[in-house]
Every structure is written in C-alpha cells, then in structure tokens.
Design a protein around this ligand. Structure first.
Ligand SMILES: NC(=O)c1ccc[n+]([C@@H]2O[C@H](COP(=O)([O-])OP(=O)(O)OC[C@H]3O[C@@H](n4cnc5c(N)ncnc54)[C@H](O)[C@@H]3O)[C@@H](O)[C@H]2O)c1
Ligand SMILES: O=c1ccn([C@@H]2O[C@H](COP(=O)(O)OP(=O)(O)O[C@H]3O[C@H](CO)[C@@H](O)[C@H](O)[C@H]3O)[C@@H](O)[C@H]2O)c(=O)[nH]1
Length: 481
C-alpha cells in the first residue's frame, strides 16, 4: 500500500488530502501538523475550515484511509510520498522584508524530513514557493539525510480556490507536476502522476521541469489578479464617465481571446495568495535584475490598494465628509463568499479606513467569528500568515467595533451599509425593513455589486455600486481622491 503523509493541515493540505483519500481507497493518507488544536478539529465534528462539500468527503474516508495526527515524525518516516503544504508567508524583517517569501516553515520541515527518513522519499512541494526553492530543499535533504536514503523533489503547486475547493479538486483544469529530468526524477513524477490519474484525465496532468512548475503557480496567480485590477481600474473610469462596468466587462469578455471569467469589479481582491504571491514574484524579478518586470507586476497591487482606499473615500465623502461617531454596518468580512477565511480580506482595509475616520463599525458575516474579526483588525501586516498558535495572542479588542449576529442587527440605527463580501443572503435581505431601522439619509455602498440598486433607490436609499453610473447625490459630493 502506498503511504502518503502531508505536512500542514490547512486550507490546502486538509481538502487536497481528503480528496486523494476518497479517490484512492488503497492509499493511506495521513495529514500532520504542528498545531494540536488544528488536528483535534480535523478529528472532530467541527472541521477547522468552512468549505462546501468538505464535511462529506472527510466523513467518507476519515478513519478508513484518511488520518489526522500530530505524530509528525512517525508518519513522515513511514510515507513513500511526503507533501509539504506549510505556510510560506511574506517576510516581515531582514533581507527582502515586505516582499520575499519567508521559507522558515519549509526549511524546518525539510530538515525534519531529512532527520527522520529511513527510506527513500518523494518530497512534493505543495506550498507556493519562489522559483528555485526545490534546489535549496534538495540541498537540505541531501546534506542532512542518512546515508543510503535518497530524496526526489517534485513541484506540484495547488490551484484550488477557496469556496470551491472540493469541486476544483474533483475536477481540476490541470494538475501540474514538475520534476528533475533524470531517471529518478522521471520515476518520481510517474509515481505522483499515478495517484492523480485515478480521477484526473491524462491530458489534464501536465509535466514540466521543476522551475517551470514553480514559476507557473506564481504566474497563474499574477495573471488572475491582474484581470481583477484591470477591471477595477476600468470601474473608476466608468464612474467618472457614466459607463457601467458590468456592461463593459461583458462586452470585453465576449471576445473569446479574453474570456468572460474573473472580470467582476469589486472593492478589491483579497485572500491569502494573490498579494503574497505577486510580492514574491516582484522580489524574484528584482533579484534577477529585472526592475521593469517587477514594476509591471507591482502595479497590480497598487491598483488593488487604490480600489480599497477609493471605496473608503467614497463612503466618507458621500456622508458629508465625515463618519465620526456614525454607525456604519459592514456586511461580509470574509475575502469572498462560501469561506470563513479572512486572510488579506479587503474588509480589513476598509474597516481600518472607516475607523481611522472615527466611525463606529458594526460587522456581520455568516462565517467569521467576533474573535477573528478583532484579531484581524489589530494584527500587524503579514502576521496573519503564520501558524495560528504562533500568532500574537489576544489582542486588545477595538472599542468602536461591534460584531452583530445578523444583517438587520448590524444595520439598525446605522447611517450607511457597506457590502464587502458577496454572500448570497445579502441579495435577498428585506431592505425595506432595514431602511426603516436606519438613520436618514440612508446609504448603501455595494462593494460587490450584489444588490438591485434600482429597487433600493425606490425604497429611499442612496446607493453606490462599484463602477456603475453615479446617483445624483454622489455626483454632487466632492471628487474622490
Ligand atoms: N489557501 C489557498 O487557497 C491556497 C491555494 C494554493 C496554494 N496555497 C499555498 O499553500 C500553502 C499553505 O496554505 P494554506 O492556506 O493551507 O495555509 P494554512 O495556514 O491554512 O496551513 C498551513 C499549516 O501548516 C502548518 N505547519 C507549519 N509548519 C509546519 C511544520 N513544520 N510541520 C507541520 N505543519 C506545519 C501550520 O500549523 C498550518 O496549519 C501556502 O504556501 C499557500 O500559499 C494556498
Ligand atoms: O472577478 C473577480 C474574481 C475574484 N475576485 C476577488 O479575488 C479574490 C480571490 O478570489 P479567488 O481567486 O476566487 O479565490 P482564492 O481562494 O484566493 O484563489 C486564488 O488563489 C489560490 C491560491 O494560490 C489559487 O490556488 C487559485 O487558483 C486562485 O483563484 C477574492 O477576494 C475575490 O472576491 C474579484 O474581485 N473579482
């Protein structure tokens, strides 16, 4: 029986391994982590992450051929294939701070694998890493491993998106495997290919050299984020000219060379990957003497930051240039719908912007806890991407932040509502009831273009929707910087 061990029971390690286990009943899969709390949660009825369909997959194979454990060394030693899916945060100190990937967790994982392995291993990079990481990992494994124990390193980046992870894993657009072009390297690629081939059609399993696989992951995320920044840049111009960004995106996306997906204007992209991976790409370009290329990709992040601050400015300027002491309801805190993940969510920057202008912020999200919101609003930049048990403990709660149990409570007595996540339930709220409970004039700032703005205007709201023709009220307000 082939044995697989995965280091890191997070958003990638957990769902990915659960799907491998369910698709390969004759393979034993053990997911291990240094966080006992995370492993306990994976072994309980309340999984540590919210992902549609995940509970069902885990229930089908946990205890059969899928196991979660903190006994890291034992399971690494017993495995034939070791996936490494640990955090690769942005460095906050020293060389490359604010851009380069921090490979501390990866390096310690590699040293541990080298120290405990008593038989040959295929070590698979599942985390997103800088190009050439495999070379560094190979050196660590080969210099620290026992005599006679061989390692083959593969790059197998993950392309799942949160909220649709199970669907993406069951039916991926492609699986990418990079390996050494040596007989040993080819055998390792084939061993991993055999696992995926149980459910992924052969033509969707791409094999490349190691560096192409590592770089393709960064490139794919940069291209995706670039589309969002492109449509968001257009949204600002739409507001200035009376064009409608949805109509523009539809017309542009109808060109089959461009395609319709990933062109939804928004308050900005979030999530643990896009910004981190582009910063990483920028740093690699700079290190390779390519400042023009680095600057090109930096713009994707700059436009994203601009979009978030533009949104905050719009809120404040619409409300007579001050939100001091005013209650603002924030509907949605997760970085997208169908996840409880808040890493790099635009809601953090928007809330901080409103708090900076002394607003009282009342937040509702169906999947995010009060503790998480308070932590997110008080944590330093990039601290969020370290293992939870290593993050700063119990920050002081921010007094002007309130967390509500539903949208109606959040909006009661508020002067304005900001919709920051596109949860389906926000489309069908009783907005007449909400209007009745709010201060007047009552504003809705739709950062995800989910509400029917005409209906809301009929109720009496002043509505701002990203990239849509402006309400007369908003047009008369001072120009937004
Ligand atoms: N989240 C996504 O949608 C996504 C998608 C594709 C790729 N990625 C990449 O995958 C990697 C993991 O991301 P994630 O979202 O799953 O992160 P995560 O924080 O949810 O999970 C990482 C886990 O690794 C554990 N860990 C850290 N060091 C360890 C060690 N030495 N041994 C065992 N466990 C260890 C942590 O405790 C944590 O539970 C990152 O490189 C990320 O960029 C993420
Ligand atoms: O048209 C769009 C599409 C997305 N978003 C936003 O972009 C962010 C990222 O969304 P998405 O890409 O769907 O989720 P992630 O889970 O971050 O997935 C991305 O990042 C992962 C981690 O690397 C990759 O594996 C995935 O392929 C890649 O889509 C979210 O804030 C979305 O709201 C928009 O604003 N407009």
């Amino acid at each position: 029986m082939v044995k697989i061990c995965c280091l890191g029971a997070g958003y990638v390690g957990g769902p990915t391994m659960a799907v491998i286990a369910v698709k390969c009943p004759d393979v034993e899969v053990v997911v291990v982590d240094i966080s006992t709390a995370r492993i306990d949660a994976w072994n309980s009825d309340t999984l540590p992450i919210y992902e549609p369909g995940l509970d069902d997959v885990v229930r089908r194979c946990r205890g059969r051929n899928l196991f979660f454990s903190t006994d890291v060394e034992k399971h690494v030693d017993e495995a034939d294939i070791v996936f490494v899916s640990v955090n690769t945060p942005t460095k906050t100190r020293g060389l490359g701070a604010g851009k380069a990937a921090d490979l501390t967790y990866w390096e310690s994982a590699a040293r541990m694998i080298a120290g405990v392995a008593r038989s040959d291993k295929v070590v698979v990079e599942k985390s997103t890493v800088p190009v050439k990481t495999a070379e560094a990992i190979e050196k660590i494994l080969n210099h620290n491993g026992r005599d006679g124990v061989g390692f083959q390193i593969l790059s197998n980046p993950e392309f799942l998106a949160e909220g649709t992870a199970i669907q993406d894993l069951f039916s991926p657009d492609r699986v990418l495997i990079g390996g050494r072009e040596t007989p040993g390297g080819r055998r390792a690629v084939q061993a991993l290919k055999d696992v995926y081939a149980r459910w992924v059609p052969e033509e969707r399993i791409l094999t490349t050299n190691l560096w192409s696989a590592e770089l393709s992951k960064l490139a794919a995320n940069a291209f995706l984020a670039q589309r969002i920044s492109s449509v968001n840049a257009m949204s600002a111009l739409c507001e200035a000219t009376g064009a409608d960004v949805a109509e523009v995106a539809y017309a542009v996306g109808k060109d089959s060379r461009i395609g319709a997906k990933f062109l939804n204007a928004s308050v900005g992209f979030g999530g643990s990957c896009f910004q981190k991976d582009i910063l990483n790409l920028v740093y690699i370009c700079e290190c390779n003497g390519l400042p023009e290329v680095a600057n090109y990709w930096k713009q994707v992040i700059k436009i994203n930051d601009y979009q978030k601050s533009r949104f905050v400015n719009r809120v404040v300027s619409s409300m007579f240039n001050t939100v001091a002491g005013k209650k603002i309801a924030v509907l949605g805190f997760a970085f997208k719908k169908d996840t409880g993940d808040t890493r790099e969510t635009p809601a953090i920057d928007v809330c901080k912007g409103l708090l900076g202008d002394k607003a009282k912020v009342s937040i509702y999200d169906p999947q995010v806890t009060e503790d998480q919101i308070q932590r997110d609003l008080s944590m330093s930049k990039f601290d969020w991407d370290h293992p939870v048990h290593l993050q700063p403990m119990s920050p002081t709660a921010i007094k002007q932040v309130f967390v509500a149990w539903d949208a109606y409570e959040a909006a009661k007595d508020a002067h304005g509502i900001c919709i920051l996540t596109e949860w389906d339930e926000f489309k069908n709220l009783d907005y007449a009831r909400i209007y009745g409970s709010m201060q007047k004039p009552a504003f809705v700032f739709d950062g995800r273009n989910v509400v029917d703005s005409e209906k809301l205007r009929e109720i009496g709201f002043i509505v701002y929707s990203i990239g849509k023709p402006l309400d007369a009220w908003l047009k008369d307000m001072p120009v937004v910087a």
